[in-house]
Ligand binder design. Sequence first.
Ligand code: ADP
Ligand code: MG
Length: 229
Amino acid sequence: MSNQEIVLQAAGVSKSYSDAGRDVEVLKDLDFALHKGEQLAIIGSSGSGKSTLLNILGGLDKPTKGNVIINGHDLHAGSEAKRAKVRNETLGFVYQFHHLLPEFTALENASMPLLMREQSIAEVNEQAKAVLESVGLGERLDHKPAQLSGGERQRVAIARALIGKPAVVLMDEPTGNLDRTTAQSVQELIDNLNQEYDIAFALVTHDPELAHKTGRVLELIDGKLIEKG
Ligand code: ADP
Ligand code: MG
């Protein structure tokens, strides 16, 4: 894997929060590389900084120090508009809670990332339909989030993360809010998509079974990532 092209690289990333006038350093001069098509898990105890790290890798939050390079673009340099464009073109993000828009259908929710691009509505609809079919939701296109099960909502969120054909998908506890059987089916889906599309996946998880399946596991301890093999 290490001779593969690097799609996401973090160098010297630190993040401090100030808490009651005191600086708390959550990430400490951390380095990280994700290769093309790689699937890895980030584990760590609650409060160790996993979400903070993923948000920085995904451009949702800024590091106090250091940088993140994705597909050759420095994510945290330049304007907000530039960052939004790089994120839109290279990254997909899946949260523990699906963050779907309740008043929109599965098809519309999955389409969102493409609406920033210059594409016809017919093209967007066609791609959204195809990606929802690939996550097993071809029969649920017109359902709104409230009409879907927990696992189905998370599949729509995954479809939304994939539709823009990103190089990297970041997932923060994607199965953390699901029962065991549903979590397993979402886990199989992630596996299949990783193999089918050659997209790199980095996922944060509490689930030892999910972590074990990914092949490469990193543990966030004391602000640093430790390779677990
Ligand atoms: P994890 O996802 O591993 O549970 P987080 O990244 O959410 O951990 O949080 C890591 C630490 O940073 C925690 O101690 C948390 O309280 C603190 N933290 C996270 N976000 C903020 C914030 N916006 N302001 C202050 N402290 C924060
Ligand atoms: Mg978290």
